[in-house]
Design a protein around this ligand. Sequence first.
Ligand code: GLA
Length: 701
Amino acid sequence: MSTNRARTDSAPEYRWPEKVPGLAYGGDYNPEQWPQQTRLEDIELMTEAGVNLVSVGIFSWAMLEPRQGEYDWGWLDETLDRLAEAGIYAALATATASPPPWLTHQHPEILPQTAEGVTLWPGARQAYSVSNPVFRDYAVGMTRAMAERYADHPALALWHVDNEIGCHNSHDFSDDAAAAFRRWLESRYGTVENLNAAWGTAFWSQRYSSFEEILPPRTAPMFVNPTQKLDFYRYSSDELLSYFRDMKAVLREVTPDVPVTTNFMCTTRSKNMDYFDWADDMDVIATDHYTIADDPQRHIELAFSADLTRGVARGKPWMLMEHSTSGVNWQPRNHTKPPEEMLRDSLGHVARGADAVMFFQWRQSKAGAEKYHSAMVPHGGRDTDVYRTTVRLGDALKQLEPVKGTEVTAEVAVLFDYEAWWGAELDSHPNNDYSYPEEVLRWYRGLWNLGVTTDVVHPSDDLSGYRSIIVPGLYLTDDATAERIAEAASRGASVLVTYFSGIVDEYDNVRLGGYPGAFRQLLGIRTEEFWPVQPNERITLDDGSTADFWSEKITVTDSGSGAAEVVRRFATLQRVDDPAAAAATTAPTGIFTLAGLPAVTRNTVGEGAGWYVGTRPDDDAVKSILTEVLTEAGVAPEHEDAPEGIEVVRRRSETESFLFVFNHTGNDAKLKVKGHELLSDSKIKGKLNVPAGGIAVVQET
Ligand code: GLA
């Protein structure tokens, strides 16, 4: 039985909110926080800025149903009427993202609990357990009330279910969740014997004699059974999705023609929902993205998140449902975005497939926990850089209308798998500082620095079109995935696998006989033992490049086409906090047992190859390894003479091609490009000049 989540071959029907003309532009709109006069000004400013879509009603339950069964629709009727008159559409929410106080007062049993048994009380938002039947009934009831009220409203373009489902309450350990977890386990395993086998319960006297005995992985005296935790991650993602499905069913029944979505968090920071698995339930994929202030390469993380979203969307255009015009309020020191950075961030998403650019939020709140979060209209009002940039962005998006519906194509794929993420970061591993997204980003960054356009896809997606496939840290790998990756190599792809991949099966049971069990054949190697590297140690490889964090004892084997080649070898291990030891270029004991042994290998497989990296190389070494892999695979950068720091991406249709250029450097850049620059509406004469920090979008001829 293969129980990994595999994507179905056929994509579901894709439904864009067609009512919205051009590229969608706007943000969360919370008029209930403002007096009438401000609401009137909102419409005027939205019109000036070219806003055509706003998300309304996300946190409005208590304002719409102030007492059980008593509705106050007046303000929302008026808001939607005004928006419709101004030609602005609504992504209307189900209003369920924050239950009203009367509901939790009457039914405290709807509150979720942490692993320690702490109740998460009302007072913030999302204080509900999706496994509680009372809450589900009320949420579905509110959704029906909204749907019936606004089914025929001309402003309604899209349904926005709840909000960032699972953002704060993804892992609920309450008794209701325990019951739901047991039902989920019973349907996955059928018998408790199967579960005992999969969970390895012979260990530490954990054998169950019935499903009734099983609990969520609540805080225990020591490490909880890892497969129990892994299944709890899977269950939690499924349980939240079933909550979405309940609401979608109502919306489909009442308004069959209105597309339905919810805002995902496709980023390197949101681990708990398996969005590849959720995607087929959405009519259109929407995501939220926020950059992190203390990441100097946040534009690369943004590019990765956008490519991940496009992967989740199976390559179709998607909606950026939220990002920020400037600082947020939830980081230790929030970063104020200069106008050019805001434009680069917004259009950076468009370059990678977004046909909607939305923000949290339209008008900056004057009260509440998010009053210092930026918005399209800041506290300072109209006469501010932020609002002027809001208007500039609206103009830019009008100029970019021709890109709507076009798609990005890539010859390289990075595989990304939420289950591998969950597995890799379970407790009690050889190196417990391991971060799956960091490992993925390291390799993605290398590709970005080389100017190569990359898809980020699920291992069960169609891999046949890629010349090269990068497989960072795919710790948990089922047999079908291992076969698909090996097949892609046999057909001609250069596949690169990094350390701590293919170690366990889908039950987190180790694949025996030497690591990496799932990929030994593909890579022509066998690892006997992992050698995690201490934080104060650095490795040098035989080409002089450095690595850290991980090493392992690799032997090359012959998997049928001759022995795998050794591309780089371990050379030295140094203590970096001890100059004397560093000078001696040896480990503290003077001996580096792995010196001279393989660190990076290459195995010929059919028409292609399987490369392996058994350590964590620094950024330059990543680039140099990738250069070898991509050269072999015949992959070229998106633009042949773009200097480093100049980001180039193309969106194409059958007949047209749009080249997006972002200058992330402090110097002006010149590029050979022919065509019409859309933002300035001018024909390119000679070379295209992209000023420091600037953007160009060229309709190529
Ligand atoms: C999330 C939420 C919004 C808002 C922003 C703040 O994306 O969906 O309601 O809280 O974060 O960054």
